[in-house]
Design a protein around this ligand. Structure first.
Ligand code: GZL
Length: 333
């Protein structure tokens, strides 16, 4: 009997050390860990070039040869679809759930269910508004307020002393999905800027839902009755591309030397190319290449390391002066 217990103890020690050594399957030799680490990923949708690049970054990171199975669910920008996907992930018993939330509100119940199921959650890109921050491991995303503030500071530097006495700087504001962190904080930055400058005003604040089609639709409708615009502040590149088409329809010039200065967010390759060509004045970068950062959080979690509650991507703003064709051609998204 004693020999049997000793054997059991040895087996337990061997198993424990094997588990410690395996660490994160992403870094271990997949041939030694037959079991794949299953990641359930609830993605906002496929509304923009940024989103497609974000999804690509995740699918290229969580691959089977690195020991992962990625289960991707596209919510088509509907939060209810995310709730269904997340509850299915729970029933399937995934090892981790990654959520790119459509909007900030409404997450308490489903995240509490996931927590009670003992499944770790990482919030990606935007944020969730919950009272208990233990409902998720970490939020890997962007500092949207910083993006907005840097853009407003640039606008201040461009227009200071140029607005004639008694006139105002007329800003057309294209907003993304209402309630999304990117919309909330990019809107906050420009609204604070308008409140700070008595000679700035909104020509209009239009809902573009982060899509090119909606951006074209609402700006075209607006231009039917109002063409007195000095600045377009557009909360993502795809809405900007739609607005540019609408400006073209009405013969309104934009960019360098044009009637309308264009500020846009994401800094996708297409927007940077327009910036290099002088058609867009400022691109505020929002980095979608978040897969590797999410994998590191998962690896650290599985290795028992401390996980930061917020991780922000490094981002810049670009004008024509900072760009070269080589730089734009070399961009990943
Ligand atoms: C920003 C992201 C936004 C992008 C849009 O991190 O949430 O959603 O700016 C995308 O292009 O639709």
């Amino acid at each position: 009997m004693r020999r049997f217990c000793s054997l059991l103890l040895c087996l337990a020690l061997v198993l424990a050390s094997a588990l410690c050594l395996s660490g994160c399957h992403g870094s271990s030799d997949p041939t030694t860990s037959k079991e794949l680490f299953v990641v359930g990923f609830s993605q906002v949708g496929s509304e923009s070039d940024w989103r497609l690049a974000n999804t690509k970054s995740m699918t290229e990171t969580f691959t089977e040869d690195k020991g992962y199975e990625l289960r991707l669910e596209n919510a088509k920008q509907q939060q209810e679809n995310q709730f269904s996907a997340i509850r299915n992930f729970m029933l399937e018993g995934v090892d981790c759930i990654v959520i790119a939330p459509t909007i900030e509100q409404g997450w308490e119940n489903v995240l509490t269910e996931v927590k009670n199921a003992g499944i770790p959650v990482i919030i990606l890109d935007r944020s969730v508004s919950v009272t208990d921050s233990d409902l998720f491991l970490s939020n890997f995303g962007s500092d949207f307020l910083k993006q907005g503030n840097k853009s407003v500071e640039w606008l201040e530097s461009q227009v200071e002393g140029t607005v004639e006495e008694g006139d105002t700087l007329k800003i057309l504001h294209l907003q993304g999905t209402y309630g999304a962190t990117a919309q909330i904080l990019r809107t906050k930055a420009i609204e604070v800027g308008v409140a700070k400058h008595s000679d700035w005003e909104f020509a209009g604040q239009l809902y573009g839902d982060f899509t090119e089609a909606k951006g074209y639709e609402v700006v075209s409708d607006f231009l039917r009755t109002n063409k007195d615009i000095d600045v377009l502040y557009s909360e993502n590149d795809n809405m900007t591309f739609g607005a540019m088409r609408a400006f073209d329809d009405y013969g309104i010039t934009y960019g360098e030397g044009g009637q309308v200065k264009i500020i846009t967010f994401d800094a996708t390759k297409k927007a940077l190319q327009y910036c290099l060509e002088g058609k867009i004045n400022l691109c505020a970068e929002c980095n979608p290449l978040q897969g590797p950062g999410v994998e590191k959080l998962i690896c650290d979690y599985r290795d028992g390391k401390e996980i930061p509650k917020h991780v922000y991507a490094e981002e810049s703003i670009f004008t024509k002066d900072e760009l070269t064709q080589e730089f734009v051609d070399g961009r990943e998204y």
